[in-house]
Design a protein around this ligand. Structure first.
Ligand code: AMP
Length: 400
C-alpha cells in the first residue's frame, strides 16, 4: 500500500561488495548535531549494534547525546574537540545542515562524510540551492538573487506581487521570510535583510504541499518512501498524511524531481524534498533537506524500512531496505505549546491508551513555544480512519 513503487525490490540481489567498502556493527557512526533527527538515527544505529558518537555545540544531555555512547559538546570550529571526535568514528553524517563549511571540510579530509560536504554546502544556503536547481533544470518557483534595495525593487517588478523575500542563509520553518504584496513598503521590508544576500521568489498559489523522503546508496541505487501531504500551521509542519491523496501524475512528477535532485547532488544518505502542487497540476521544488525530515517520521511506524534505517544503511555503504509503506498513517507534530508548563508534561493517556497511536518524545528538558518536542504517529486500516483518530487525539490533547 504505497503510492510509489520502490525501485529497489527485496529480491534484487545486491552486487555491492560489503566486505570492502562498508561499515558494519560495531563500527562507530559519527553524527554532527544533537537534535531529534540525530537521536532517532542514534536509536536506530544502536538497535543494530553500532556505536554512536554525537558532536554538538549544544549543552551536554542533548536529545541525540542522551542515547549515544559518546557526546562531545564543543563549537564546530574547535579543532581539538573535532580531532577527538574524528578519532572515535568510522563514518560521519549530519543531522542538520547549518554546519560551518570549515567543519565539513575538516571532517571530509579525514573520514567519509555522507552526504558529502558538497551536497550539504549546496543545500544549507538558499542561494546555492536555487542556483543548483536552475542549473539542473529542476522545476521550482521563479526567483532572483539580490543583495540590496535596488535589487529587491528590480526583482519585485520582474516577478510581480505577491512574492516572498527569503534570507539566503540559516532560514528554516518560515524564519527569515517576508511576503511582499502590492502595498508593501519595500524600503522597510528590506531592513531585516540589510547586509545579507536574499532570494526573492514568485509566490506559488499552491493547492497543497507535499514531500518525498528517500535514500540513495553509495552505489547510486535509490529507494523512496512515497509522497506525503504536509499541512503547516504558522509555517511549522503540523500534520503529515501518508500516502498523499494526489493523482498519479503528481506522484510521478514528485518522484522524478526527488530523483533529479539526488542524482544532481550525487547524494548519499536520506534526503527530503519539499514540493508545491499547483492548481494546474504542476509540481515545483520548494526546499531540499540533506537529512531525514519531519515529514518522514511516519516511516518509523508505517514502513518496512524507515528513513533513519535507510540513512544508516546508505552512509554505511550497505544496500538500502525496502521502503514500502504497510499501513496508512498520519503524523501529528507535538510542539512545546502543548505542554501546560515548561516542565509539566501533558496527560499522554489518549495516545498511550490507543492501540494504533505511537508516542515519540525527543527528551527535551524545556518545552518552549514552537519547539519541536515530539510527534505521534496514528495508524489506520484506511487513511480516513487514521485521520479520524488523529483528529480525536488532537482534540483530547488540546492540540490546536
Ligand atoms: P520554507 O521555509 O521556504 O519552506 O517556507 C515555509 C512555508 O512558507 C512553506 O511551507 C510554504 O507554506 C510557504 N512558502 C514559502 N515559499 C513560498 C512561495 N514561493 N509561495 C507560496 N508559499 C510559500
Amino acid at each position: 500500500m504505497t503510492n510509489a513503487m520502490p525501485d529497489l525490490m527485496p529480491e534484487t540481489p545486491s552486487t555491492f561488495d560489503i566486505r570492502h567498502s562498508s561499515f558494519i556493527p560495531p563500527a562507530t557512526i559519527g553524527i554532527l548535531g544533537g537534535g531529534q533527527l540525530g537521536r532517532m538515527l542514534a536509536l536506530e544505529a544502536r538497535r543494530c549494534g553500532y556505536r554512536v558518537a554525537v558532536y554538538t555545540d549544544e549543552r551536554p544531555g542533548c536529545p541525540a547525546g542522551q542515547v549515544a555512547e559518546i557526546e562531545i559538546n564543543a563549537a564546530y570550529d574547535d579543532k581539538s574537540a573535532l580531532a577527538r571526535f574524528l578519532s572515535e568514528v568510522d563514518v560521519v553524517t549530519a543531522e542538520f545542515e547549518n554546519i560551518p563549511d570549515l567543519c565539513l571540510q575538516a571532517v571530509e579530509a579525514v573520514k567519509p562524510l555522507r552526504p558529502s560536504r558538497k551536497a550539504i554546502h549546496t543545500t544549507q544556503h538558499r542561494e546555492r540551492e536555487k542556483l543548483f536547481l536552475r542549473e539542473q533544470g529542476i522545476a521550482c518557483a521563479e526567483f532572483r538573487i539580490i543583495e540590496d534595495l535596488a535589487g529587491l525593487e528590480k526583482a519585485v517588478s520582474e516577478l510581480g506581487c505577491p512574492c516572498v523575500i527569503k534570507t539566503a542563509a540559516f532560514g528554516y520553518d518560515g524564519k527569515g521570510q517576508c511576503k511582499v504584496n502590492a502595498d508593501t513598503d519595500l524600503t522597510s521590508a528590506w531592513q531585516a535583510f540589510e547586509g545579507h544576500h536574499a532570494v526573492v521568489e514568485q509566490w506559488v498559489p499552491f493547492v497543497c504541499e507535499i514531500s518525498v523522503v528517500g535514500a540513495r546508496s553509495v552505489d547510486g541505487r535509490m529507494a523512496v518512501n512515497g509522497v506525503v501531504e504536509n499541512q503547516h500551521a504558522h509555517h511549522i509542519l503540523d500534520l503529515s498524511i501518508a500516502p498523499a491523496c494526489v493523482e498519479t501524475a503528481i506522484v510521478d512528477q514528485a518522484l522524478a524531481l526527488w530523483e533529479a535532485v539526488a542524482i544532481g547532488l550525487d547524494y548519499v544518505g536520506t534526503m527530503a524534498v519539499e514540493l508545491f502542487v499547483t492548481a494546474e497540476g504542476k509540481v515545483l521544488v520548494n526546499e531540499i533537506a540533506p537529512r531525514p525530515h519531519n515529514s518522514g517520521h511516519y516511516t518509523i511506524d508505517a514502513c518496512l524500512t524507515n528513513q533513519f534505517q535507510q540513512q544508516l544503511r546508505a552512509i554505511c555503504g550497505l544496500s538500502l531496505g525496502d521502503p514500502t509503506q504497510h499501513t496508512p498513517a498520519v503524523m501529528i507534530n507535538l510542539l512545546g505549546d502543548v505542554w501546560p508548563e515548561e516542565k509539566v508534561h501533558p496527560d499522554w493517556s489518549p495516545v498511550l491508551n490507543h492501540p494504533r497511536a505511537k508516542l515519540h518524545l525527543y527528551g527535551k528538558a524545556e518545552a518552549r513555544a514552537k519547539r519541536k518536542m515530539g510527534h505521534i504517529t496514528v495508524l489506520g486500516d484506511t487513511l480516513e480512519e487514521a485521520l479520524e483518530t488523529a483528529a480525536s487525539i488532537k482534540l483530547a490533547l488540546g492540540v490546536a
